[in-house]
Design a protein around this ligand. Structure first.
Ligand SMILES: Nc1ncnc2c1ncn2[C@@H]1O[C@H](COP(=O)(O)OP(=O)(O)O)[C@@H](O)[C@H]1O
Ligand SMILES: [Mg+2]
Length: 347
């Protein structure tokens, strides 16, 4: 492979312009220097020249000076209801190739309710739900308590705590009002899924007709699905058995990550099938991680898809599942780059 100029586009925590009324977990989605340094190293080890750039408004100028062959995009975006789509939109406008999903898939992935509507339309299992924009809308009588409330378009466990589990309408009204006010966006209320929690990382793309998979790392459909990881939250039960951002990054006991998950082959196949179907339904590209929980009926339900899964070299879920399978961080990062290069005919 020839040496390429790869612009690494990110949003560092320290550069986020926070409004004075930002919630305490407002920075949870953004990246650390540690992640950026690890990505630079990995891409350089792949034989490329790397130009790290902050993905803020300065990007419009810096990217045109940098003249990259391709961008490795991990930008969360600083504001707005489709913040993860902003850098892809700019790159589309400039005609510059980039890794990962495009505008619509990132927007759907960020907006959990919209993704659920797409999945429901495709016949994929996801918990029944209702979106509250104002907070005083009549509660859909078909929803059964306990319910669960979260911000409709955040990630990394933002706005989630033991108070997210709602046992009655009074708790629902209080939490929904708090979510709308604190995160300045609609609240998503869905049926509480009481079962085991899994996350499934995958790489790949739907192959065009007649096309061969990029390598034997990928299956005949063009995907490499990592073994599902179970997030066993019993050691952090004071957080309500939920995968909150605090539990993920700060809790010294932490959840137990079981990878591969100790599950029957049948459930493993079903989790992998659902992850690929969820990915294809929203039109994701190259990489994603799909969060799934078992419902009271013991069946898996799609919670959300992350089209920009965290790539911290030490604790991000997709990095852990890759490592458990013997895929190094360096390989994971370069597989993502190579998938994008192939899509653009640059490989
Ligand atoms: N319907 C639900 N029932 C039970 N737990 C849920 C439900 N939705 C989310 N959770 C819990 O909250 C965590 C974060 O929710 P998720 O939808 O993955 O959003 P994000 O990771 O973007 O914050 C999940 O990992 C899970 O522990
Ligand atoms: Mg999640």
């Amino acid at each position: 492979m020839r040496r390429l100029r790869v612009a690494l586009l990110f949003n560092l925590k320290r550069n986020v312009p926070l409004p004075p009324d930002a919630p305490p977990d407002a920075l949870a989605e953004y990246d650390t220097e540690e992640t950026v340094e690890a990505l630079v190293k990995a891409l350089e080890a792949g034989g490329h020249e790397v130009i790290p750039l902050e993905g803020d408004v300065s990007l419009l100028d810096t990217i045109r000076q940098a003249k990259p062959d391709i961008c490795f995009n991990i930008c969360e975006g600083h504001r707005g209801d489709a913040r993860e789509s902003q850098v892809p939109a700019l790159l589309e406008m400039l005609g510059i190739p980039y890794t990962g999903s495009k505008i619509l898939a990132h927007a759907l992935s960020l907006d959990k309710a919209m993704a659920k509507r797409v999945w429901r339309d495709c016949g994929l299992p996801t918990a029944p739900f209702q979106v509250f924009v104002r907070g005083d809308e009549p509660l859909d009588p078909s929803l059964r308590f306990p319910l669960f409330a979260k911000p409709s378009r955040e990630g990394s466990g933002m706005g989630i705590s033991s108070r997210s589990i709602l046992h009655n309408e009074q708790e629902l009204r209080e939490q929904v009002r708090w979510l709308i006010k604190t995160y300045r966006q609609p609240a998503l209320v869905e049926e509480f899924l009481p079962g085991r929690e899994f996350t499934v990382g995958l790489l790949g793309n739907t192959l065009p007709p007649g096309a061969k998979p990029p390598s034997d790392f990928y299956d005949e459909r063009g995907f490499h699905v990592f073994p599902p990881m179970e997030v066993d939250l019993s050691p952090v039960s004071e957080a309500g058995g939920l995968y909150t951002s605090q539990v993920k990054t700060e809790n010294p006991l932490g959840p137990r990550y079981l990878c591969p998950a100790p599950i029957e082959p049948e459930l493993e196949r079903e989790l992998k099938r659902l992850a690929v179907a969820a990915f294809e339904a929203i039109g994701a590209l190259d990489v994603a991680r799909v969060d799934i929980r078992l419902g009271s009926d013991g069946r898996p339900y799609l919670m959300e898809i992350n089209t920009l899964p965290g790539l911290n070299p030490h604790y991000s879920d997709i990095v852990l599942v890759a490592r458990a399978e013997g895929v190094s961080y360096e390989r994971l990062v370069n597989e993502i780059l190579n998938l994008a290069l192939r899509r653009y005919g640059l490989a």
